[in-house]
Design a binder for this molecule. Sequence first.
Ligand code: S3P
Length: 167
Amino acid sequence: MKNIVLCGFMGCGKSTVGRRLAPMTNRQFVDMDRYIEEQVGKRISTLFRDEGEEAFRKAETAACNALGGESGLIIATGGGAVLREENVAALKQNGLLVWLRVIPETVLSRLSRDQSRPLLMRDDKETAVRELMAARTPLYAAAADFTVDADGDAFSVARAIQKALKL
Ligand code: S3P
């Protein structure tokens, strides 16, 4: 059974939608960030702080290779998983990539009090979101097998994915 791989910007709802979609499609849910934290034995924010983004990206690629070789999973990736082509290739081995597309305002309202995303820990969070999203949008678009607008509630997004992919 193919994996369903949820991609998209921080705060687009990959984990929330994935948790809902798993029982609806008889698949097992895996949150890639939590998987990386278990493998490395550190919180992602600690890994970024102690060893830098590159160390995190290396662990993320290892996770893409490991989980991409499995089957029957709903995988919620981290927002930067599409940055490396090799990650996308590994996740597509046995998976369909779904882009949960959101507007910057959705991210800003969902993550207004969040402290767990190192890339958004800047004085001007709005500029950080807008700039990073503009840079990444073409990558999500190129990687996606299917795109769903994800500004609404998680259950509707999960249903839209289930219906479109006939899961
Ligand atoms: C990142 C997104 C985060 C996490 C890390 C880097 C990114 O995951 O992997 O902080 O580069 O966009 P979420 O998208 O689940 O927040």
